[in-house]
Write a protein that binds this ligand. Structure first.
Ligand code: DOR
Length: 446
């Protein structure tokens, strides 16, 4: 050790290794973790004093909408990833409901090209399933930078929709990557649309898109996935009933929930935030939120994704139901969830499992998700003792607002490090946007 030199040393932090927290230095060479332990003073070309800080594996947000191409007035890859690293996120998976939708290999390659030199964090893109691309999914899901396949069973922002079982069965029969699914039953959404048609208070949003709408789609998906023996990932679970149901199907099904569904509840959130609280599937009553926390405690939930889905304030000000669904989240994921850690709702070990190890396991990410020798040197360095208020002014998203404006966060990301490069320190961006496509085990190398 004594003569070795490194590009970067994180000194004296509490480091979350796969075995738990250790007081150690972390040494980085060529973008990878070279050593966790004691590193001689002066061995790093660059050193960061992490005394009193906690060094976590880089947080991966596996569900964001960054709107490029076509909807750049809401967000683009530069602003979206800027928000990510300011919030302590080192990697993101972006959704295909852009304009045009990302439904081809060329669409994925186009997004990868757009990210070059503009994305602040590592990234991958979902391939949207649509009726007309099913025969190509097996081939196109393997292109570099593709995170897997995304299905909308219920319509939301954009035009992507796979509403009937026959097409969904064909999607599940094609290819082998993880299929991430938005579970709301389109037929039931249509049947119940009259509840809000022509105008209604936004408190009706979870009535129209009710718990049964979500559960029905989730049950249909799981039945088809079991028939096809295909691994599926149910995005943004919102109901206690789905948690209980999915607990019986963990051999094939992984589960995501979001910080906003774990934190906000109706009707209070709708009364306080109006259409800012409107998203799909909806924020629901407190007993569903309690059910999601049971899912976290019991291990049914595998991952936390933010479902960052920006819309401008002007768009959000339209009268419900003309107002679009979605809220920002990539920048607030870490402080909001660390606050739940501080308040005892989950352990820090579980946070790491849900935000680093979980995404790596589900999507077969190569070289990320844990602090271990040989892995990418991605770190979310946090101060667990600091208290900070989340404000709209802090939000880098082009739409400039967060449902968590005024939230008192207990815990904050103070540095974001990606493959050994410090990209954020003390709320400031550092250097240039150097994000790269995430590598995946099933289609390595990219
Ligand atoms: O609320 C939502 N907004 N849910 C989605 O599924 C899509 C998202 C968006 O893209 O706006």
């Amino acid at each position: 050790m004594s003569t070795e030199t490194f590009d970067l040393v994180l000194r004296n932090g509490t480091v979350w290794t796969p075995g738990g927290p250790v007081e150690a230095d972390v040494a980085v060479r060529d973008g990878r973790i070279a050593h966790v332990g004691s590193v001689p003073v002066g061995a790093g070309a660059q050193e960061v004093d992490c005394t009193g800080l906690t060094v976590l594996p880089g947080v991966i947000d596996s569900q964001v909408h960054f709107r490029e191409p076509g909807l750049e007035h809401k967000e683009d890859l530069e602003t979206g990833t800027r928000g990510a690293v300011l919030g302590g996120v080192t990697g993101i998976f972006e959704m295909p409901n852009t304009n045009p939708s990302t439904t081809t290999a060329e669409g994925i390659a186009d997004k990868v090209a757009r990210g070059k030199g503009r994305a602040w964090c590592d990234h991958a893109f979902f391939l949207g399933a649509a009726g007309d691309n099913v025969d190509h999914l097996a081939e196109w899901e393997r292109v570099p930078g593709c995170a897997g396949v995304k299905v909308f069973m219920g319509s939301s922002t954009g035009s992507l929709l796979v509403e009937d079982d026959a097409v969904l069965a064909r999607v599940l029969a094609a290819g082998s990557r993880r299929v991430a699914v938005h579970c709301e039953d389109e037929a039931r959404l249509r049947e119940r649309r009259h509840l809000v048609e022509g105008g209604a208070p936004v408190t009706m949003h979870p009535e129209w898109r009710d718990a049964e709408t979500a559960l029905r789609a989730t049950k249909r998906l799981v039945a088809l996935a079991e028939k096809a023996r295909r691994r599926v990932h149910v995005l943004h679970i919102t109901t206690a009933e789905e948690i209980d149901f999915l607990a019986g199907h963990k051999d094939l099904v992984t589960v995501e929930t979001t910080p906003q569904h774990l934190t906000l509840a109706g009707p209070e959130a709708y009364e306080r935030l109006g259409t800012k609280a409107q998203m799909n599937p909806p924020i629901r009553e407190a007993h569903h939120r309690d059910g999601l926390w049971r899912g976290i405690a019991q291990g049914v939930v595998d991952v936390i994704g933010s479902d960052h889905a920006p819309h401008t304030l002007e768009e959000k000000a339209k009268p419900y139901p003309a107002s679009p669904s979605g809220m920002t989240g990539v920048q607030t994921l870490v402080p909001v969830m660390l606050t739940h850690v501080a308040e005892g709702r989950l352990s820090l070990a579980r946070f790491v499992d849900l935000t680093s190890a979980g995404p790596a396991r589900i999507f077969g990410i190569a070289g990320k998700g844990r602090i271990a020798r040989g892995y990418d040197a991605d770190f979310t360095v946090v101060d667990l003792k600091t208290t900070r208020e989340i404000t709209d002014a802090w939000i880098a998203s082009r739409c400039g607002w967060t449902p968590f404006d005024g939230f008192q966060a207990k815990g904050w990301a103070v540095a974001t490090i990606i493959r050994g490069t410090i990209v954020m320190r003390d709320d400031e961006l550092q250097g240039t946007a150097m994000g790269q496509p995430v590598r995946f085990q099933e289609c390595y190398p990219v």
